[in-house]
Design a protein around this ligand. Structure first.
Ligand code: FMN
Length: 322
C-alpha cells in the first residue's frame, strides 16, 4: 500500500484516539509492528489561533513510524491554513507523512458543530475540503470516515468517492455509523463497498483485536490495510500478533515481564515529553489496560488510578513480574 511517497509493507496502522495516541503510544505500537500511526485529532482552528497546547498534539517524532497528523474542522480556510502551518513546522518535530481529515468523531461538541462525523452528511463539502487541503500542502491528504450517519444513511462509498475526487491519497473506514458511536458490531460489508468504489488505498477499521479478527477483516473486505484502535491500548503487542498471523506464523503471547517493560517504556517516554506529573496522570487508563487479564489485576487497577509518581506506577505494575 502506498500513501504518498511512503510504501507500507504490512499495512498495519494504529488508529487515532484522542487522549491515547500521543507520541509514547505511537512509538510503542510502531516498535511492535504498526507501520503507520496517526496523532490524536487536532483542531484546525486551534492551530490557526496559536493555541498553546496544540503543538504537542500535532508533533511527530521519528520513533512514531510513518505518522499522519489528524485535523478536524469543517471550514476550508482553517483546514488549509492549519495544514500549511504544520507543514511549515509550527508544531516542531519532524514532517508528518500526511494530513488526515477526521470525518468520524461522533461527540456532540464536534459533530454538533458540523465537524467530524457530521461531514458524512455532506459529500460535496468533503470533496471541497479535501481539494482545498491538497492544494495547500505537498503532503498527501487522507480521510477517516464512518459507514454513514445512521443505519438509514450508509453512504461511505459516496463519501469515499467524493474524497477521492478531491484528491485524497487513501481512505480509512471505521465501519460503524455515527449513531452507533463505538457499540454494536462493525459492518465489514461497508468497507468492501468502499474498496469497490475507489481506486486509492482503503484501510479497514473496527473490532480488530487479534490475528484472527485481522485476517477476517482483510478476507471479507479485500481492503489494502487495517487499523487497530482500542485493542492496542495497553497491548502494543497486538501488532506483533497480527503481523505473525499475516505471515502465517504461530504467535505466543509475551509474558507479564514483557508487558511490564513495555508499560514502563511507554510511561518513561511520556514523562520525557510531558513531565512526570502529567505523564503519570495521562497514563493511568493505559496502564490499567496493561495489567488487564493478569492475576490480581482488579486490585492493581484501583492503585494505578491513585498513582501520582513513576515510582508508584512502577510499584503497581510490578505485579506483572510475579
Ligand atoms: C477513546 C477513543 C478516542 C478516539 N479518538 C479518535 C480521534 O481522535 N480521531 C478518529 O478519527 N477516531 C477516533 N476514535 C475512533 C478510532 O480511531 C477507531 O475508529 C474506533 O475505535 C474503532 O476501531 P477499534 O474497534 O479498533 O477500536 C477514537 C476512539 C476511541 C475509543
Amino acid at each position: 500500500m502506498q500513501i504518498g511517497r511512503v510504501s507500507l509493507q504490512n499495512g498495519l496502522c494504529l488508529a487515532p484516539m484522542a487522549g491515547f495516541t500521543d507520541h509514547a503510544m505511537r512509538a510503542s505500537c510502531h516498535a511492535m509492528g504498526a507501520e503507520y500511526t496517526v496523532t490524536e485529532m487536532v483542531s484546525a482552528k486551534a492551530v490557526c489561533y496559536g493555541d498553546k497546547k496544540t503543538p504537542l498534539l500535532a508533533r511527530v517524532y521519528p520513533e512514531d513510524g510513518a505518522c499522519a497528523v489528524q485535523l478536524f474542522g469543517s471550514e476550508e480556510t482553517f483546514l488549509a491554513e492549519a495544514a500549511r502551518r504544520l507543514a511549515d513546522g509550527a508544531a516542531g518535530g519532524i514532517m508528518p507523512l500526511a494530513f488526515d481529515i477526521n470525518m468520524g468523531c461522533p461527540v456532540p461538541k464536534v459533530a454538533g458543530n458540523g465537524e467530524g462525523s457530521a461531514l458524512m452528511k455532506a459529500p460535496a463539502l468533503v470533496e471541497r475540503l479535501v481539494a482545498t487541503v491538497v492544494k495547500a500542502t505537498t503532503l498527501p491528504v487522507t480521510v477517516k470516515i464512518r459507514s454513514g450517519w445512521d443505519s438509514a444513511h450508509i453512504n461511505a462509498p459516496e463519501v469515499a468517492r467524493a474524497a477521492e475526487s478531491g484528491g485524497a491519497a487513501a481512505i480509512f473506514v471505521h465501519a460503524r455509523t455515527r449513531t452507533q458511536m463505538y457499540s454494536g458490531k462493525a459492518d465489514y460489508s461497508v468497507i468492501a463497498a468502499v474498496k469497490q468504489a475507489v481506486s486509492v488505498p482503503v484501510v479497514g477499521n473496527g473490532d480488530v483485536v487479534d490475528g484472527e479478527s485481522a485476517l477476517r477483516l482483510l478476507r471479507e473486505t479485500g481492503c489494502d490495510g487495517l487499523m487497530v484502535g482500542r485493542a492496542a491500548v495497553g497491548n502494543p503487542f497486538v501488532f506483533s500478533e497480527i503481523l505473525a498471523a499475516l505471515q502465517g506464523k504461530t504467535y505466543a503471547r509475551p509474558d507479564g515481564e514483557a508487558y511490564y517493560h513495555a508499560a514502563m517504556a511507554q510511561l518513561a517516554m511520556r514523562a520525557r515529553e510531558k513531565g512526570e506529573a502529567v505523564a503519570v496522570r495521562e497514563s493511568r487508563k493505559q496502564m490499567a489496560m496493561f495489567v488487564h487479564g493478569f492475576p490480581a489485576a482488579a486490585a492493581c487497577r484501583a492503585r494505578i488510578h491513585e498513582a501520582s509518581t513513576i515510582a508508584e506506577m512502577e510499584e503497581c505494575l510490578s505485579i506483572l513480574c510475579n
